[in-house]
Design a protein around this ligand. Structure first.
Ligand SMILES: [Zn+2]
Length: 104
């Protein structure tokens, strides 16, 4: 009874109409399915990278908001504190000091 259901769907990759064998089929062919998988995988990587950047920016904003005054009140700064004030990573600041760009 369920064997002869014909579902006309639009391929998610090439946008062509096709008859799907199952309700979960997304693409007209294996080739499209593989390409769609690649695209989705890439989007996933991109959105994850964006999310990580957002989280990082939020964390930085939180730190500067709360700690800048405390850090500025200090006479001597640690590398990490100075990096926070300059809004660069401690690693970058360390590279700057080593290259003579910044003197601590
Ligand atoms: Zn297709």
């Amino acid at each position: 009874m369920s064997g002869n259901i014909r579902i006309v769907k639009i391929c998610e990759f090439c946008q062509d109409e096709f008859v799907a064998k199952t309700t979960v089929t997304q693409c007209c062919s294996d080739a499209c399915a593989k390409r769609l998988y690649k695209v989705k995988k890439r989007d996933e990587v991109i959105s994850r990278a964006k999310l990580e950047t957002m989280i990082k920016q939020e964390a930085e904003a939180f730190i500067t908001e709360e700690q800048v005054k405390v850090i500025q009140a200090k006479e001597w700064l640690t590398l990490v504190e100075a990096a926070l004030l300059l809004n660069v990573s401690p690693l970058t600041l360390r590279r700057w000091t080593l290259s003579g760009k910044v003197r601590l």
